[in-house]
Design a protein around this ligand. Structure first.
Ligand code: SAM
Length: 460
């Protein structure tokens, strides 16, 4: 059955409400029925999937709404821009036909480039819904309980804590709905017949979310105190006698500030505002031109050298984003200008060491107290196809955990591990000539099992 995706229009409301109610009927949200559609004051994406209206339907219009997706945009306390799925539902007669996936793709396309850190959604433990979120690249971020208390349960409750009273003059409360902690769900399940686990699902968008969090941005330099990679790129900038250097994905700006101190004319580009704020506060930061944004914000033919360090290239996980970025960097470089970046060699399988046991560290917080951090791989996905006669490198998602005195942060991060053949092919396709590929920070030529591919290419 075919469907079309378009913006919601007021005429859709009766059919929209029907679609939502019928969709929820088969889930743990069966009694969450609306008689009016939620409206949004702030920015939002409001989409419907529509199919030709079947004969005899009472709702107006030529079309029937068979899928709905509303996404609301907002800013969290740290100032990061985030998107929340307010409603996603597919009419039962149109389920398993790709409607929800197509709605999400359309919404993500419209959200791309807005500097959004993540998209999240709240749902219960219905396997269909959870399976769909997982298949769309969402990870569970936090959980709590939804506890319902019926009239009978209230009378049978041996604990004596009624929980709520009726307003004076009315009879006993008939039912209650409560939020609760997810620490001992069995306790609540033993007492009440209807207990749901409510989960927050989270998917990274344009920017990796953690550099957008000021609590992590201020820890970045403490966690990444090693300078071997920055020393390498500073040596390279000197060797090439590059006058104008652009540091793409400069993060907290340590390398950009050091390059400026070395005498280069430096631009630091970074999409995550919280990280850029740390960079701007560094001594010497006034010598760098800071740009908040992506590579498309860079001017034409304005750099002799572009660097991307600490594996920025791996954050561009799709071929589309990677090659579009290379295209912008090509345009930003003067003819004959150089591009240098590092990308982990998939053959060295670094992600196998990203276990809680191997990565757990505790260190002092710069403002007092302690921080404990570790990483855990969530999934390793193999993109289809081969390049240069060998399989493409995997896409690895891990969750970075950071325990602070006042909370536990868990941020998923997805990185692409491109093979040398994939890197060389994409560079050739976007107008670069590869000059060198080192395999480690001593500058030695890459071998099949080297930890890194440190690439130097020239704009043709
Ligand atoms: C591991 S940090 C590296 C920071 C810095 N280059 C360094 O050497 O410490 C990765 C950085 O890449 C940035 N980033 C992610 N996606 C990006 C993109 N599409 N374009 C530019 N930077 C990006 C992140 O915001 C983050 O600051």
């Amino acid at each position: 059955m075919g469907f079309t995706i378009r913006d919601y229009a007021d005429v859709d409301e009766p059919s929209w409400l029907r679609c939502r109610a019928l969709s929820f009927l088969g889930s743990s949200y069966f009694d969450d029925v609306k008689d009016r559609r939620t409206t949004f004051d702030g920015p939002s994406v409001q989409l419907v999937a529509v199919a030709p209206r079947p004969e005899g339907m009472s709702t107006p219009g030529e079309e029937e709404v068979v899928g709905v997706l509303d996404v609301e945009l907002w800013e969290d306390e740290g100032g990061a821009s985030v998107a929340t799925i307010d409603t996603v539902a597919v009419h039962p007669d149109h389920q398993r036909a790709g409607v929800a996936g197509a709605l999400l793709d359309e919404a993500l396309g419209r959200l791309r480039g807005r500097g959004l850190a993540w998209i999240d959604a709240w749902t219960r433990e219905d396997p269909e819904a959870c399976g769909w979120y997982a298949a769309q690249g969402f990870l569970v971020d936090q959980t709590y309980l939804h506890v319902y208390r019926g009239g009978d349960e209230q009378r049978a409750d041996a604990h004596g804590d009624e929980g709520f009273d009726a307003p004076y003059g009315l009879g006993a409360p008939v039912k209650g709905f409560f939020h609760g902690p997810d620490e001992d769900p069995q306790v609540w399940r033993a007492r009440f017949a209807r207990v749901h686990q409510c989960r927050r699902y989270l998917r990274r968008l344009d920017v990796t979310a953690w550099p957008e969090d000021p609590r992590l941005a201020e820890l970045y330099d403490v966690e990444n105190a090693g300078t071997w990679d920055h020393d390498y790129f500073r040596g390279l900038a000197a060797r090439l006698a590059a006058h104008r250097v652009t540091d793409v994905g400069c993060g907290t700006g340590t390398l950009a500030v050091a390059l400026a101190a070395d005498g280069h004319d430096v631009t630091g580009l970074e999409p995550a505002r919280a990280s850029l704020d740390v960079a701007r506060r560094k001594p010497g930061a006034e010598r760098v031109t800071w740009v908040h944004g992506y590579a498309d914000a860079l001017p034409d033919e304005a750099a002799d050298l572009v660097v991307m360090t600490a594996h920025v290239a791996q954050y561009l996980t799709t071929d589309e984003d990677w090659e579009a970025t290379l295209g912008h960097l090509h345009r930003h470089l003067a003819p004959g200008g150089h591009l240098a970046f590092d990308s982990r060699n998939p053959a060295a399988r670094a992600w196998e060491g990203w276990t809680p046991e191997a990565t757990r560290t505790t260190y002092p917080h710069p403002r007092g107290g302690e921080v404990t951090a570790w990483a855990q791989v969530d999934r390793v996905e193999q993109p289809p196809g081969e390049v240069g006669g060998e399989p493409r490198g995997p896409v690895v998602t891990h969750v970075g955990h950071t325990v602070l005195e006042d909370g536990h942060l868990a941020y998923p991060e997805t990185l692409r591990f491109r093979t040398r053949a994939e890197l060389e092919e994409s560079l050739a396709r976007t107008g670069f000539e590869v000059l060198e590929v080192a395999g480690d920070w001593d500058g030695s030529a890459a071998r099949p099992d080297s930890p890194e591919h440190i690439v130097l290419a020239r704009r043709r």
